[in-house]
Design a protein around this ligand. Structure first.
Ligand SMILES: Cc1cc2nc3c(=O)[nH]c(=O)nc-3n(C[C@H](O)[C@H](O)[C@H](O)COP(=O)(O)OP(=O)(O)OC[C@H]3O[C@@H](n4cnc5c(N)ncnc54)[C@H](O)[C@@H]3O)c2cc1C
Length: 669
């Protein structure tokens, strides 16, 4: 999950030089001119953008070899200079050895014409972890920056067999220096993800490249190269033409095998949606849709946003740690990185205050059976994400003497979730309705109707997203899902002169936050819903006692408990959020019934899902981390964009996973 950064040497000429590949990153002559000639003009982008202004809503470019980001910035610059173009630009870039942020800063300073774009990129640039880093650069430009081996990352792209890429830039170090990046298996993946007619440009005209691209269905053509280079290569993905040329019988694309977790393509419909529930899940989803131009109505039964679990006075952002690399551990890592990026952006806009003070998790906080040793932690996570430290070192950061060693999340922090939810809902494309409970969702023609508690229609349209946490299974379409409500008490404690100095969130059996409005929030107990109200005061006492245990000074905390807050978390059976299209349970039970007889049966059938009906719940104790990227995932799915989640990650979140598991355990017919 952590990646190796590029090993750069600076030449006397001021150019960055790769020690690994023994070459300079960009041309000595006129790097900008070369980028314009080879990639922008080589793909005929300006004309295509102008021609396609009404045809497609998203234009997708993918670059193999992100390097210094020069081609990306050049593309954004040209996009902004072109007055008429499709609605948005989605740029996918692959890089195995990311340039460190300080080096990138130095490199980009050479191109003042890109100053604003470079600043936007650098603010959001995290150089340390593998996977997809989603960066929303401007209202109409999204960058999905994939760090890690290109072959591996390309094979994780998850677009439900849609080939989303309209244009490719191949700009890795040359085939002689970096053979892997120009291999047949990379070319096959490029073909698999190419829309029919997709273009490709590269500076390399090596026979291996021409032949490899031809073999997978590209029609290649040598064109004049830039400056001293005689040739460059342009190509179009036209697999049928290629088939005629070579009389090859088999299909060029990998065989498409439908599977249960594959979602159908959304129909081309008006971009309107209803989000039910204005907690973090609902507000994040609404915001991501609104950013893409959707008109969103958010209906909430409480009198304001964040009126349930998302309404605790302070919530902390930290990365949920795992002992092994898996789709789920990568999901939480990506979520953590994305959430802090989004909070930083909103905070910079003055919409709310993101308190990036870091989070300390003392060793006692971890369930022993799940504890991650410092060695394991260092092998999986970059220290920019999570760093094991001694109690003394942690104490120096927290400004308090701590009892235990632990882990520091330098990029963590805390938010007032109520003001965060308000910041999301401020988007002009979002309309909200409070004090209204949705009790029923009915199918209505091609879409859905949502009825309130007096049976009146609140919404009629194609897309509904249920974000109502533990009460989601009150809707018929989700009655099959087992959701576990777990109550939590948090206590607000008056700060003292000493405790006012606490500089970070400190977590152990409880978490204590730096003072806010002269109070510390202490979170939280785990109780089942049937706890007697009369026992509530005991939870406050134990919250304070557990928080006090984090500190060496026995009188660190005062004892004036101001108030307490009670809220219910929503957990799924496997402790992973439930996010995606809602399955047509009975149809899927029929389609996949063979699994209940033979758990290993291979059923090549796409799952049956209700078109336009989505769910986003079960964020457990980590909703501040997982809600922002989950919202992005749904918005991308609904807008037919490249998904920020890999196929395995989306599968781990898919609501139908429980049915598949149950069938395999032969518990159902
Ligand atoms: C005490 C406590 C401390 C926590 N601390 C942290 C922390 O430090 N960090 C962290 O990441 N997570 C923390 N969590 C978990 C986090 O709060 C949740 O994961 C997150 O808030 C879940 O957001 P949600 O939108 O899914 O649910 P909710 O916030 O519960 O939102 C669901 C919304 O749906 C509305 N609703 C329900 N039914 C209907 C209906 N029929 N019609 C209309 N509206 C409806 C509800 O009123 C509610 O506003 C904590 C939770 C608790 C309880």
């Amino acid at each position: 999950m952590k990646v190796s950064r590029a090993n750069i040497r600076w030449l006397d000429s001021g150019l960055p030089y790769s020690n690994k590949f023994d070459d300079i990153y960009h041309s000595e002559d006129d790097a900008l001119g070369e980028s314009l000639h080879v990639f922008i003009n080589g793909n005929n982008l300006i004309n295509r953008w102008q021609e396609q202004k009404n045809e497609c809503s998203v234009f997708t470019i993918a670059e193999i070899g992100f390097g210094t980001g020069l081609n990306f910035l050049q593309t954004c610059h040209q996009w902004q200079l072109t007055s008429q173009h499709p609605r948005s630009l989605h740029y996918l870039a692959f890089e195995k050895y990311p340039i460190s942020k300080p080096d990138l800063q130095k490199i980009l300073a050479v191109w003042p014409q890109f100053e604003t774009l470079s600043e936007g990129l650098l603010t959001s640039y995290d150089d340390h972890s593998s996977g997809c880093h989603r960066i929303i650069l401007t209202g109409d430009i999204i960058l999905d920056l994939y760090f890690g081996d290109a072959k591996e990352q390309l094979s994780k792209l998850n677009n439900y067999h849609r080939s989303v890429v309209d244009c490719w830039y191949l700009d890795g170090f040359s085939p002689q220096l970096n053979e892997d990046l120009w291999s047949d298996s990379i070319f096959q993946k490029i073909a698999k993800n190419s829309a029919h007619g997709a273009s490709l440009a590269t500076y390399s005209v090596a026979a291996k490249v021409r032949n490899g691209l031809t073999e997978v269905g590209f029609l290649t053509e040598k064109k004049n190269g830039f400056a001293r280079k005689r040739h460059m290569l342009c190509a179009s993905y036209l697999p049928k033409i290629k088939k005629k040329q070579t009389h090859k019988q088999s299909s060029d694309r990998e065989a498409i095998v439908p599977q249960w977790h594959e979602y159908p393509l959304p129909k081309a419909v008006t971009r309107t949606a209803l989000v039910i529930g204005a907690g973090l899940a609902g507000c994040c989803t609404a915001y991501s849709l609104a950013l893409r131009g959707w008109e969103v109505t958010v209906v909430e039964k409480g009198s304001k946003p964040a009126s349930c679990a998302s309404g605790i006075a302070q919530l902390s952002l930290r990365c949920r740690l795992f002992k092994t690399q898996s789709a789920i551990s990568e999901f939480y890592l990506q979520c953590f990185i994305y959430a802090r990026r989004q909070f930083g952006y909103l905070s910079q806009q003055g919409k709310f205050a993101w308190q990036e003070c870091g989070v300390i998790q003392l060793n006692g906080a971890m369930n022993k059976s799940h504890s991650v040793t410092p060695e394991l932690l260092c092998s999986l996570y970059d220290e920019a994400v999570a760093k094991p430290m001694s109690s003394d070192a942690l104490g120096a950061i927290a400004n308090a003497t701590l009892r235990d060693d632990g882990v520091f999340f330098p990029g963590g922090g805390w938010v007032d979730p109520h003001s965060l939810c308000e910041a999301y809902l401020e988007h002009p494309n979002i309309h909200h309705v409070f004090n209204t409970e949705i009790t029923k969702i009915e199918s209505a023609g091609e879409g859905w109707s949502a009825l309130n508690s007096v049976g009146s229609r609140e919404f009629n349209g194609n897309n509904v997203i249920i974000c109502t946490a533990a009460s989601a299974n009150q809707f018929d379409c989700l009655s099959q899902i087992n959701l576990e409500p777990i109550r939590g008490h948090s206590t607000l404690l008056s700060a003292t002169d000493v405790s006012n100095n606490l500089a970070t969130v400190v977590s152990g059996t409880r978490s204590i936050f730096p003072s806010y409005n002269n109070e510390h929030c202490i979170s939280a107990s785990y109780e089942n819903l049937y706890t007697e109200n009369s026992q509530f005061h005991e939870f406050s006492n134990s919250n304070i006692a557990f928080a006090q245990e984090l500190f060496a000074d026995e009188n660190y905390l005062g004892d004036i408990a101001a108030t307490e807050q009670v809220a219910v978390r929503c957990h799924s059976a496997d402790r992973v959020p439930i996010v995606g299209l809602i399955p047509d349970w009975s149809q899927m039970r029929i389609d996949f019934s063979e699994l209940s007889r033979n758990a290993k049966a291979i059923i090549n059938k796409a799952g049956a899902y209700y078109p336009g009906l989505f769910v986003n719940v079960a964020h457990g104790s980590n909703g501040l981390t997982s809600c922002p990227l989950s919202g992005e995932f749904l918005a991308s799915l609904m807008s037919k964009e490249n998904s920020p989640l890999s196929s395995a990650q989306a599968q781990s979140l898919n609501p139908a996973r429980f049915l598949m598991r149950e069938l395999k355990k032969q518990r159902m017919d």
